[in-house]
Design a protein around this ligand. Structure first.
Ligand SMILES: [Cu+2]
Length: 280
């Protein structure tokens, strides 16, 4: 009541103070009413709030980390994810280098091809050298002559290892031009006239085989010049080709033999590719 009594104070306080009170807010007025305890209460509340906030933050950082950390983690994860692609980029470069290495082997294959090309060349060289060494390109033998004579035709029996004629008849001392056609599509043949019996013919055939082994060339499957018993010999004739040989028939009547000297086409004992040349 005494306070009211101070209404004088209010009165004396003047309108100015009250005016300030209006502008300053009712709280101040209340403050004037509650006095110091209200300020302490407010300050205390603020203090408690701050402490509570600190506690909350502290708890959040220590235990939770959960909320704050979770938010922080997502950020680092994306960063790591971004970093991951970077290393991936490096492997990618490595992978790109691997193909390059693959291309290198390809280049290695290329050099290999030239080597193979060199090999054929080497093969050609021996062939060229072998021809002049011992492989005949023209008919040869003591009975062989130049010019032309009575034509005699004979050939291989298709794909079989036989002549298509078993017997040929000639007049002693006459000149003949024998035309031999290789009717095979895959096998080489020739025609060789021999004077002598089966034993001599076998030796001529054996000489041709030895010559082929010596020259290491199928075209060398002929008896060397000067082989005993050989009267006339024709070079090896390739499949589908025809060769000619002109010779003078022996003057001595009798039976002579002609054979193919390609290995295993004539068989010992007058078998296989063999025929008779009968001289009248
Ligand atoms: Cu033959």
């Amino acid at each position: 009541m005494s306070w009211r009594g101070s209404g004088n104070f209010r009165g004396s306080g003047g309108s100015d103070w009250r005016g300030k009170g209006n502008s300053g807010g009712s709280a101040l007025n209340g403050g004037s009413a509650g006095g110091p305890p209200l300020i302490y209460l407010i300050a205390g509340a603020i203090g408690v709030g701050i402490i509570a906030l600190i506690v909350v933050i502290a708890v959040g950082m220590s235990s939770g980390g959960s909320t704050t950390a979770v938010v922080a983690d997502p950020t680092p994860i994306p960063v790591e994810a971004t970093a991951a692609p970077a290393p991936t980029g490096d492997p990618a470069a490595a992978v790109t280098e691997v193909p390059a290495a693959t291309e290198v082997p390809a280049a290695t294959t290329a050099p290999t091809a030239p080597v193979a090309t060199t090999a054929p060349t080497a093969t050609t060289a021996p062939t060229t050298a072998a021809v002049p060494a011992g492989i005949p390109t023209e008919p040869y033998g003591p009975a062989v002559t130049t010019g032309s004579g009575t034509v005699i035709e004979i050939g291989s029996k298709g794909e079989e290892l036989f002549f298509d004629k078993d017997t040929l008849e000639v007049n002693g001392g006459d000149t003949y031009t024998l035309s031999f056609t290789n009717n095979s599509t895959a096998v080489q043949h020739n025609w060789v006239l021999v004077e002598g019996d089966a034993a001599v013919v076998d030796e001529v055939a054996a000489a041709a085989i030895m010559n082929q082994l010596k020259l290491r060339n199928p075209l060398g499957s002929v008896p060397p010049a000067g082989t005993a018993g050989v009267l006339a010999a024709m070079p090896i004739i390739n499949p589908g080709e025809t060769g000619e040989i002109t010779f003078v028939a022996p003057t001595k009547p009798g039976t002579y033999y002609f054979i193919c000297t390609f290995p295993a086409h004539y068989l010992n004992g007058l078998q296989g590719m063999v025929g008779e040349l009968v001289v009248k």
